[in-house]
Design a protein around this ligand. Structure first.
Ligand code: BTN
Length: 262
C-alpha cells in the first residue's frame, strides 16, 4: 500500500519530528532532498520520505537499493545548537529509534552493528547515513537518513546482497505496515532527540553500548587505508569504537567497516 501523508500524520504526537512531512514519489536520494530543503530554511524535525530512490546512498559511497513501495527511505532535518563534533552521536540516535520502531511494530529485536547497521537474525535490515553541514565551527544542520528493508522478498535483493541482507517481511514471516514503522520511528526519535537536547550524548551512548553486538567481539575494521584487528572493547564518549589490538594498543575509530571475526 502506498504511504499517505494524512495517515502518517494522524495521531502523531511528536513535538519536533514530523513537524513537516514531505512525501515524494521518486527521488535520487531523500538525504539530498532533505539537504536542499534545509538549505532553503526548512525547520528542525522536518522529514522527507520517498516511495523509491534512484540513487539511494549508503556509507562509503555504496548504493542503497531502494525499490518502489517496499522499503522505508526517510531523512530527517535536525538543527541542534551543538558543536559539530557532537553530531555523529545523532546517527547512533537514529539507529536507536530505528531499532525501537522495528521492535514495536514487528516484535523483532534489532541489534546494532557499529557504526550504523541494524541487524535482525544476523541479517542487515537497515542502515543509517548521517550527514552534516558546517560553517566555520558552527553546525548548520544535520541530515539523518534511515533505510529499512521492510517488505522486500529475498528475490528483491540483488544477488550480491542475498547472503547478508534481510527484510522485516522475511524475518517476521508476514508483510509489515510501513506507515506504522514511520510513525513509530518518528515518535521514538522525537523522545530521544528531546533527551539529547537536555542531557547530551550520554543516554544515547549508554543505550547503544547495551545493545551493540560489536562490543566484546574480535573484529577487523577498515577505514580508508587503515585496517585494525583486535577486540572491540568499548564505545567512547564520542561514539567512536575502541579496538585493542594484539599488542595492547588502543585505536579509536570514528567510521569504518567492521567485520566480526570471533
Ligand atoms: C548504510 O547502511 O550504508 C546506510 C544506508 C542509508 C540509506 C538511507 S535510505 C534514506 C536515506 N537516503 C539515502 O540516499 N540514504 C539514506
Amino acid at each position: 500500500m502506498p504511504l499517505r501523508e494524512e495517515t502518517i500524520r494522524a495521531g502523531l504526537t511528536t513535538r519536533r519530528i514530523g513537524s513537516a512531512i514531505h512525501l515524494l514519489h521518486e527521488v535520487d536520494s531523500t538525504n539530498d532532498e532533505a539537504a536542499a530543503l534545509a538549505r532553503g530554511g526548512e525547520a528542525d524535525g522536518a522529514i522527507v520520505i520517498a516511495e523509491a530512490q534512484r540513487r539511494g546512498r549508503g556509507r562509503l559511497g555504496r548504493q542503497w537499493q531502494s525499490p518502489k513501495g517496499l522499503g522505508l527511505y526517510l531523512s530527517v532535518i535536525l538543527r541542534p545548537a551543538i558543536p559539530p563534533h557532537d553530531a555523529p552521536v545523532l546517527t547512533l540516535m537514529s539507529a536507536v529509534a530505528g531499532a525501537d520502531a522495528i521492535e514495536r511494530t514487528t516484535g523483532l529485536i534489532a541489534a546494532f552493528k557499529w557504526p550504523n547497521d541494524l541487524i535482525v537474525h544476523g541479517r542487515k535490515v537497515g542502515g543509517m547515513l548521517g550527514e552534516m553541514a558546517v560553517e566555520g565551527s558552527r553546525l548548520l544542520y544535520v541530515i539523518l537518513g534511515i533505510g529499512i528493508n521492510v517488505n522486500q522478498a529475498e528475490a528483491d535483493f540483488d544477488e550480491e546482497l542475498r547472503q547478508t541482507a534481510g527484510s522485516l517481511r522475511v524475518e517476521a514471516g508476514h508483510l509489515v505496515d510501513r506507515t506504522a514503522i514511520v510513525r513509530s520511528f518518528c515518535e521514538s526519535l522525537d523522545g530521544w532527540y528531546e533527551r539529547f537536547l537536555c542531557d547530551g550524548p550520554p543516554p544515547i551512548l549508554e543505550y547503544v553500548r547495551r545493545h551493540c553486538l560489536t562490543l566484546g567481539r574480535q573484529v577487523t575494521a577498515r577505514s580508508g587505508d587503515q585496517e585494525v584487528s583486535g577486540l572491540a572493547i568499548e564505545l567512547d564518549d564520542e561514539g567512536r569504537l575502541v579496538i585493542r589490538d594484539a599488542s595492547g594498543e588502543l585505536h579509536h575509530l570514528l567510521a569504518g567497516d567492521v567485520t566480526l571475526t570471533g
